[in-house]
Design a protein around this ligand. Structure first.
Ligand code: GLU
Length: 301
């Protein structure tokens, strides 16, 4: 499933003081084009060294990004407009705009379990999909960011009084998603929970609606969107039990692209465009804008 956004509205982060030249030697792309690529972003000319991912994307005019299509606030396909909307989509748009104002974003639906494979096999250039940075995943992909820190929590039916903390999930039917940190974390924290794994959190919410499960567990921000969409049927337990720093997944070893995105994130944190993107998406489902996190420019293994 793909979605090409037809037009992009003007945004404030176009005039960025990003480094002008990235060394081909430092990048993980094997492109053999010999000349640098120059693009314009909001009146600023940027040159990308031949062979970098930024040069390839600028030349092709398309940045392909894996996002969720069923998560309110982060990536949700609006059934009326068919547009995919949310904070993750705004981050993807900002990256495309920073590469070149003519660069289109091609949004590909990613579910939790196919994020690493999509990056590794080149289905996508990036994944921006409520994607927690962790050491296991860093063995096969790299991450720019974090650009947000969520916490794992629990969603139950509004009339449930039996589940107040993660330990109460022992012996209960709980739903979460294949390939997620939520699955690993809940199994560690509530070892006798009866865990059902689906591909998406919207499937879990449906399963709670018809009584197949008693609780859904994942990041509090994802659950907040599902609670809002339930029209009073579900509530958030508000007993968080993990930190989930969201990163932008990219091909392992592509240091130039990682640095480019980390520079952009810091610009967005400083100039208010990150907060603006938050308010126009997650703000609308009732979340207060937090202070931005600190970018982690880790040394790749
Ligand atoms: N942030 C967690 C993860 O990356 C849970 C949410 C998700 O599956 O997208 O696994």
């Amino acid at each position: 499933m793909t979605h090409i956004r037809p037009e992009r509205r003007p945004i404030r982060w176009l005039a960025l003081a990003l480094p002008l030249v990235f060394l081909a030697a430092a990048c993980g792309d094997d492109g053999d084009s010999s000349s640098d690529t120059t693009t314009t972003t909001g009146g600023t000319t940027t040159t990308f060294a031949a062979g970098t991912t930024m040069a390839r994307v600028a030349e092709s005019g398309t940045l392909t990004v894996g996002v969720k299509f069923d998560q309110p606030g982060f990536g949700l396909k609006n059934p009326t407009t068919n547009e995919v909307e949310g904070f993750d989509v705004e981050i993807a748009n900002a990256i495309a705009d920073a590469i070149g104002e003519d660069v289109e974003v091609n949004l590909v639906e990613s579910v939790s379990k196919n994020r690493e494979p999509f990056i590794q096999d080149g289905t996508v250039d990036l994944v921006v999909a409520t994607y927690t940075i962790n050491d296991t995943r860093k063995q096969v992909v790299d991450f720019a960011g974090p650009y947000f820190v969520a916490r794992q929590d629990i969603m139950v039916r509004a009339d449930d009084t039996s589940i107040k903390a993660v330990g109460d999930l022992n012996g209960k039917k709980v739903c979460t998603v294949k390939g997620s940190t939520s699955a690993t974390n809940v199994t560690a924290a509530a070892p006798t929970a009866d865990v059902t794994l689906f591909d998406t959190y919207s499937q879990c919410a449906e399963a709670m609606g018809d009584g197949r499960v008693e609780a859904v567990t994942t990041d509090n921000t994802i659950l907040a969107g599902l609670v809002q969409a339930s029209n009073g049927a579900y509530k958030l337990v508000k007993a968080p039990f993990s930190d989930e720093p969201y990163g932008i997944g990219l091909k392992k070893g592509d240091e130039a692209f990682r640095t480019f995105i980390n520079d952009l994130l810091e610009e967005m944190f400083d100039d208010g465009s990150w907060a603006e993107a938050f308010e126009s998406t997650l703000g609308k489902i009732g979340l207060d804008t937090p202070a931005p996190p600190k970018v982690d420019r880790y040394t790749a293994a």
